[in-house]
Write a protein that binds this ligand. Structure first.
Ligand code: GRF
Length: 223
């Protein structure tokens, strides 16, 4: 897992695992910030950590090449990004395509990048949410796997909206990682598949976990 900050999504994954709901082993938590609270959380959970300082590399690509070499050496099969505040080099991540996911606090394709809560409020959107997607070289641009939605309320400001969304993120990410770990979700760089079927629309987080979106019933054919 890679994280630059707080690590609340890492905490949610660890809790899901402790409840027996997430059949994965955490082999490494890495960061581009040595002071990231996510690293302290990992240490407390006995997970090896890695902090690489981008300033000690000649350029962005050199950082990414070293990072991915170390991730490979860790034995990791999957890579989860949660608040990792760097765009990854397309060449360096190529061998990982289909094995890297990211959680992003918007209903992609809306609001790639930063300040997503503010932008949803400024646009007077009726709903907001979070997405988990496969990572490509395009920022927040890979195929969306699953989303959690919540209605925007009159009293919402940026902070309140972020706070209300976070618990949904904490259910969404473990649920998606579980599907990957169980082999129910695959992406080989073409079309993502869920339970062997093409994933035509993101899964939705509901009261009973992730569900395919209901498609409208076909219109009755005329006689
Ligand atoms: C989350 O809101 C996630 O959607 C975004 O960065 C934040 C990370 O939070 N990509 P945390 O570090 O997991 O608490």
């Amino acid at each position: 897992m890679l994280a630059s900050g707080r690590g609340s999504n890492l905490a949610a994954l660890l809790e899901a695992r402790a409840r027996g709901e997430l059949p994965v082993e955490f082999v490494l938590v890495g960061s581009d910030k040595a002071s990231a609270p996510a690293l302290r959380l990992a240490e407390a959970a006995g997970i090896p950590t890695l902090a690489l300082d981008p300033r000690s590399y000649p350029d962005r690509r050199a950082f990414d090449v070293d990072l991915f070499a170390r991730l490979k050496a860790s034995g990791a099969e999957w890579l989860v990004l949660a608040g990792f505040m760097r765009v990854l080099d397309g060449e360096a991540l190529r061998p990982w395509v289909g094995r890297i996911i990211n959680i992003h606090p918007s209903l992609l394709p809306k609001y790639r990048g930063l300040h997503t809560h503010r932008r949803a409020l400024e646009a007077c959107d009726a709903e907001h949410g979070a997405s988990v997607h496969f990572v490509t070289a395009e920022l927040d641009g890979g195929p969306v796997i699953a989303q959690a939605c919540l209605p925007i309320e009159p009293g919402d400001d940026e902070e309140r909206l972020a706070q209300r969304l976070l618990p949904l993120e904490h259910r969404l990410l473990p649920a998606v990682l579980r599907l990957l770990a169980e082999g129910r979700l695959q992406w080989d760089g073409r079309a993502p598949r869920f339970d062997g079927e093409l994933l035509v629309a993101p899964l939705r987080l509901g009261d009973h976990g992730l569900q395919p979106q209901q498609r409208p019933a076909p219109a009755p054919s005329s006689p």
